[in-house]
Design a protein around this ligand. Structure first.
Ligand code: RRO
Length: 313
């Protein structure tokens, strides 16, 4: 059997990548991903200017996952663009992903996309509409009107391939609304999900929160979020134009978790918390575990079961 992944018309060795924010801050970390068993990788979400981010502690591993309020620490868009332009010729048939966010809101999103449009970078961009950790700034993709306005503005000048990273939604009306917005545009992919925003974890010995920013509130990842991630992948696969591929992110610890995301319709799979906990060796293990599942079930390719989740009616 083969784990080859088809995504945006390209064939990757396997569907696994890091989730943005983990192991992707600088050229050295990106080199580690590029030479790992991951099929692709994404850079840390960049803002126009470099940022130190929120005060520490701001990321903590907990038993069933992680909580973070990093606050968009990054080296600035021009750093990641320069790195990406140097890197993009290595595997032109398997483009990696440049993640772009905004600290200041709507106008900075537009300015950042203009900078990429005007650059020599030709690869994929993951537009992060879902950072939960900037004090005073709501997650863009929870505002359906602003998201539509922003994508309209970006598509008025941007001609390179890109997709969007979404927050989790929890209501069928919201699945319907975000899909109706996204289906108006020639997006290449959506990524479901970013962390489940503004959770609270309490240490049972000290009765205190575990991260410093925002009084302890932070984005939750890991095992906690798998059912929500699967629901978002599935619900959007059922609603989006078939030309829009889905990246599944959230709660992938094992080959079985990966398999379930693929059943829901994901084409690529991102690993955040478990990569942070386990290091780059996670990709070898996930490849081995997912391949064993395909072979046990008699599948030769991911295409044979992708999106084919069975229901009870
Ligand atoms: O840097 C962060 O605090 C962060 C970002 Br930009 C994001 O998109 N998701 C997240 O959990 N943390």
């Amino acid at each position: 059997a083969s784990l080859q992944a088809t995504f945006y018309g390209h064939t990757y060795e396997n569907p696994f990548m890091n989730a943005s924010g983990v192991h992707c801050m600088d050229t050295a970390e990106l080199d580690g991903l590029a030479t790992s068993a991951a099929g692709s990788f994404v850079t840390k979400s960049a803002t126009a200017e470099g940022r130190d981010g929120n005060p520490e502690p701001r990321y903590v591993n907990i038993e069933l996952g992680s909580i973070n309020s990093m606050g968009l620490p990054n080296l600035g868009l021009s750093y990641y663009l320069d790195d990406a332009i140097k890197r993009q010729t290595a595997h032109p048939d398997q483009p990696f992903f440049l993640s772009v966010a905004s600290y200041k809101g709507f106008d900075e999103y537009v300015a950042n996309m203009k900078a990429i449009q005007d650059s020599a970078y030709t690869g994929l961009v993951e537009l992060n509409l879902s950072c939960p950790n900037v004090p005073g700034k709501p997650q863009m993709a929870y505002d359906f009107e602003d998201t539509e306005k922003l994508l309209t503005e970006i598509f008025s000048f941007y001609t390179k391939p890109f997709g969007v990273k979404l927050p989790p939604y929890f209501d069928f009306m919201h699945f319907d609304k975000i899909a109706a917005v996204l289906n108006q545009f020639d997006l290449k992919f959506v990524n479901c999900i970013n962390s489940v925003g503004n959770g609270l974890y309490i240490d049972d010995e000290t009765d205190t929160v575990v991260i410093k920013p925002k009084g302890g509130f932070g984005g939750i990842g890991g095992e906690y979020v798998k059912p929500t991630a699967l629901a978002n992948v599935r619900a959007l696969r059922q609603r989006l134009n078939p030309t829009i591929d889905i990246i599944g992110t959230g709660g992938i610890l094992t080959g079985r978790d990966a398999y379930e995301h693929l059943l829901c319709g994901a084409s690529m799979l991102q690993v955040g918390t478990q990569l942070y906990k386990e290091g780059l060796g996670v990709f070898d293990r996930l490849n081995t575990e997912l391949l064993a599942i395909l072979e046990a079930k008699g599948y030769n390719t991911i295409a044979e079961f992708k999106g084919k989740l069975a229901t009870l009616d």
